[in-house]
Design a protein around this ligand. Structure first.
Ligand SMILES: Nc1ncnc2c1ncn2[C@@H]1O[C@H](COP(=O)(O)OP(=O)(O)OP(=O)(O)O)[C@@H](O)[C@H]1O
Ligand SMILES: [Mg+2]
Length: 435
């Protein structure tokens, strides 16, 4: 696609070339038709931020003096993703010559033709309240409330400007306001383009195969196939591989961490041991797992002892097999019976996966090597009643081995550290889940 544009202060044409994906072309064409609100939905990495940022850049060049907003819910994610993609694009296309100034403290980019982009977080909508905008782009729009979206589009009224609102997002549940607006009863002004992750031919093959291994079940449908499906019946619907799963950890300063292990016993079912580091803010890093069937206790002791020979605060284990606990202890591997009440434990695990709205971070991260834990977390379900209702009281005893080990650890750790009791009802206050 060739973009000619005349810059006001420099009287020459700016022409550069960009090779768009099929879905990105479709999106650009829809935006060009002049409808007001255009959503790019679909799988992670399908190229949505890239095309939206590009179209914002194009508007800045084509409409001298335009004022636009590029936004995401939190400032951390904005800077790490959307804003970074935009600034990298300026470098890639050699466009910094056309930038007058990038004021980092205000996050305001001013072009030499008078156009302006404010990179803003939408945590506090008052930031946009005084503005008259010529365009707006909200990345990962599912994270924001409908009221924030409505307040933002109310600012689209800069005279003689395209007044376009672009949105991009991963899918969410069909109950989400975005789905209702763009899919269920779309008004003439609302249009949408969907694309799966693997439609982005710029993604390396190795990245796609890693995603394929990390995502399972409904998660795969939602985050790779880009379908708006509910996490109906899933216990840990706060878990999101793209947030909680990381390539690895560097525990360089060992003194800054405490180390724990957590065990779920099994012979015909898998035996699971998780290795967990805890930092001084009580964030958890699950950095290794054993997940094996048909191993006898002496072999299990050896395997667990051999791996990561470091001092441990303790090893928690399923209390329902005291003879195993005694055997491990007799072999020089002391094990503490874990706290095993299911519902309070599950609540605590959920609380740790939820994103804290202040820090924009969860309390737990999992290494990509812990592939069985990652898989089980996406498959672990609530029991379904005969009427087809998901009773959020009892999980199905399937795909629960690594999930149980994680629950033993978190619940036992919390019980040891805080005045958390059996009867406590833990509220998810100030925390955001993905469902
Ligand atoms: N037209 C294109 N030309 C070159 N590279 C592209 C193009 N479209 C996307 N890419 C590259 O593909 C990768 C993913 O694109 P992008 O970050 O836009 O995806 P995304 O859908 O926003 O991902 P996420 O779901 O993680 O937010 C990036 O490395 C980006 O540079
Ligand atoms: Mg993106």
């Amino acid at each position: 696609m060739l973009i000619p544009a005349t810059l006001k202060k420099h009287n020459y044409n700016l022409i550069f070339e960009i090779a768009l994906l099929q879905s990105q072309k479709e999106f650009a064409n829809k935006v060009n038709k002049g409808k007001k609100y255009t959503l790019f939905s679909g799988g992670i990495g399908n190229g949505k931020t890239y095309i939206c940022d590009f179209l914002c850049l194009k508007m800045c060049i084509q409409y001298p003096g335009i004022r636009g907003v590029i936004a995401r819910r939190t400032v951390t994610s904005l800077k790490r993703t959307t804003q970074k993609v935009f600034l990298d694009m300026l470098t890639k296309f050699g466009l910094w010559d056309f930038v007058e100034k990038f004021n980092k403290s205000d996050n305001l980019l001013t072009f030499k033709n008078g156009s302006e982009i404010y990179f803003i977080d939408l945590e506090d909508i008052t930031k946009v309240m005084g503005m008259e905008l010529g365009f707006a782009y909200v990345d990962e729009a599912r994270e924001i409330k409908e009221s924030v979206f409505l307040a933002l589009i109310g600012r689209l009224r800069q005279k003689d400007m395209p007044l376009q609102c672009l949105l991009s997002t991963n899918p969410d549940t069909p109950a989400h306001w975005l789905y209702k607006l763009f899919y269920e009863n779309p008004d003439d002004e609302f249009q949408v383009v969907d694309a799966k992750t693997n439609e982005n031919t710029y993604l390396p093959e190795s990245y796609l195969s890693t995603l394929d291994k990390v995502y399972h079940g409904i998660y795969k449908e939602r985050f790779l196939s880009g379908k708006w499906v509910a996490f109906e019946g899933l216990v840990y619907n706060e878990f999101n591989p793209s947030v909680h799963v990381v390539d690895g950890f560097d525990f360089g300063d060992r003194q800054a961490y405490d180390f724990y292990r957590a065990i779920d016993w099994g012979y015909t079912n898998p035996f699971v041991c998780l290795w967990i580091a805890v930092d001084r803010d009580n964030n958890f890093y699950v950095f290794d797992e054993i997940y094996i069937k048909n191993y006898l206790l002496p072999d299990l002791v050896r395997l667990v002892k051999e791996r990561h020979v470091i001092p441990y605060i303790t090893t928690y284990a399923d209390p329902s097999e005291p003879q195993n606990i005694n055997y491990f202890a007799s072999q020089g591997l002391p094990v503490e019976p874990a706290y095993n009440r299911v519902m309070p434990g599950i609540q605590l695990v959920k609380e740790h996966f939820a994103i804290n709205t202040e820090t924009d971070e969860p309390k737990i991260y999992i290494g990509r090597n812990c592939k069985n834990l990652i898989r089980e977390l996406q498959l672990y379900r609530w029991h379904e009643s005969k009427e087809g209702k998901h009773e959020k009281e009892e999980p199905v005893k399937l795909d629960d081995h690594a999930c149980d080990a994680l629950r033993y650890f978190i619940a036992s750790f919390k019980r040891g550290k805080t005045d958390f009791h059996d009867t406590d009802i833990i509220q998810l206050q100030g925390l955001r889940s993905y469902e």
